[in-house]
Design a protein. Structure first.
Length: 104
């Protein structure tokens, strides 16, 4: 299993909406993530800066890389683009973080 972490930004006036949309995560989005090997997916919010910290355990980089190409992920990105920083293709502006410590 591979641990991955990244940061993104949600607009400061959209915290509640961001949480609401994830509380109501589409069943097909959840299924797609699990089908692509995602486990223990968590997103945390820093309310001062609007920074989101995402953490997920994946089965393989290859399967995880396919998530972005799935139609449901493309639909999700379009749905989320109005409340967070996004790229031209609607994907979240995201920075992958390097793991420097792990304690099991």
């Amino acid at each position: 299993m591979i641990r991955k972490a990244s940061i993104m930004k949600v607009y400061t006036d959209s915290f509640e909406e961001y949480k609401k949309r994830h509380d109501e995560l589409w069943p097909e989005m959840e299924k797609m993530l699990k089908d692509h090997g995602a486990h223990n997916y968590s997103i945390f919010l820093d309310e001062v800066t609007g920074t989101l910290f995402a953490y997920v355990v994946i089965e393989s980089e290859e399967k995880w890389d396919q998530v972005a190409e799935s139609p449901i992920c493309q639909k999700w990105w379009a749905y989320m683009k109005d409340i967070m920083e996004t790229n031209e293709d609607n994907s979240p502006v995201s920075k992958e973080l390097q793991e420097v410590f792990y304690l099991e």
